[in-house]
Design a protein around this ligand. Structure first.
Ligand SMILES: C[S@@+](CC[C@H](N)C(=O)[O-])C[C@H]1O[C@@H](n2cnc3c(N)ncnc32)[C@H](O)[C@@H]1O
Length: 327
């Protein structure tokens, strides 16, 4: 990802970069210390910013101790900032100018987003299209089910005129499916012991219970649980609900457990059939975004950069504002 950003920087002659949703800043450090970018991050979670700063210092100390020189001209500036649906180009510009301590109205920078969830990816693309100071953008999308579809406030999908005009529609279920890892699932199906595939039936059983308790609990982000040999439904629920304040009556659990045990193989078949469509849905979202960028005359493309078995959302959507004279 950092190499892709470096290529964009060379093409646009812009070595200032903003990592949005930077987390603890692993990518930012690569950009700064390996590629010599001037880096600023915009991260909504202040705790992650503090951890990122600590890791920057640890890296600097380590490099110093080992006598290794690096190309980072300036420390990374970690900004606690939430980009939201109403963030305008001029708001972003004033934050960026502050972050980079520049009073130049023509200040240019690129944007990078590694797994900006749902609408955040769409927001960044809109900022890129609307703000002439942003020279390039590279994002790897994720959590498509968090996109807003028909909201008066913000539409995360579709973005392009083509898809808007044709009134293309997606829904929560298809976008959620698009986030699953088909390549890993195929490998799991090929193994002899299929019991660990029960995990989806467990999740479906838990969903049945949660929706029954309270409709507001529908599609809750329950904890991720890895299937262990002979794990019971009750054990699964305990682990999945660890961070949620929800109590399930034991009798309810027993009833659903019977259902899960009787039907988990059907769930595997259903889930496999759904997964066939997952890459199609992801392609629809990515191509809509690509068309949106192309409509503003950017040079844009989609490049698979990661090993999809390790990182299933592996496509970088990239765009550069390179105009005829410079190209
Ligand atoms: C999936 S994580 C990716 C973190 C990092 N880029 C990485 O790949 O390791 C998404 C990050 O975006 C941050 N985030 C989510 N919404 C945001 C927003 N609207 N503005 C800024 N940061 C946001 C989250 O706090 C989280 O750290």
């Amino acid at each position: 990802m950092s190499k892709i950003c470096y290529q964009s920087a060379l093409k646009t002659n812009c070595f200032n970069i903003v990592d949005v949703g930077a987390g603890v800043g692993h990518l930012s450090r690569m950009l700064a210390y390996q590629y010599g970018f001037l880096v600023s991050t915009l991260e909504a979670n202040e705790q992650l910013n503090q951890m990122a700063y600590k890791l920057d210092m640890e890296l600097e100390n380590k490099l110093l101790r080992k006598g290794i020189s690096h190309s980072n001209p300036k420390r990374i500036l970690h900004f606690n900032y939430r980009v939201d649906e109403s963030t305008t180009s001029s708001q972003i510009m004033s934050i960026i100018k502050e972050a980079f301590q520049s009073d130049n109205g023509q200040f240019k920078f690129g944007i990078v987003g590694l797994h900006p969830c749902g609408n955040l990816g769409s927001m960044l693309l809109k900022l890129y299209n609307n703000c002439s100071n942003i020279s390039f953008i590279n994002i790897v999308s994720c959590c498509y089910m968090k996109l807003s579809f028909e909201s008066n406030l913000f539409t995360g999908y579709p973005l392009s005129h083509v898809c808007l005009k044709k009134q293309f529609k997606l829904d929560y279920l298809s976008c959620e499916t698009a986030c699953h890892a088909i390549e890993n699932y195929v490998s799991k199906l090929k193994t002899e012991n299929h019991h660990h595939l029960k995990i989806h039936a467990f999740r479906a059983g838990l969903e049945t219970i949660l929706v029954n308790i309270n409709l507001d609990l529908k599609h809750s982000a329950v904890g991720n649980v890895k299937y262990e040999e002979n794990m019971t439904f009750e054990e699964y629920c305990d682990r999945a609900l660890k961070k949620m304040n929800v109590q399930i009556p034991k009798s309810k659990m027993k009833d659903v457990e019977k259902m899960v045990e009787a039907s988990w193989e059907k769930v595997v078949k259903f889930y496999s059939a759904r997964l066939f469509l997952a890459p199609l849905v992801e392609s629809i979202i990515l191509y809509d975004r690509l068309l949106y960028l192309a409509e503003s005359n950017s040079h844009c493309n989609i490049v698979p950069v990661f090993d999809c078995k390790i990182s299933p959302r592996n496509h970088v959507l990239r765009a550069e504002k390179i105009f005829a004279k410079e190209y």
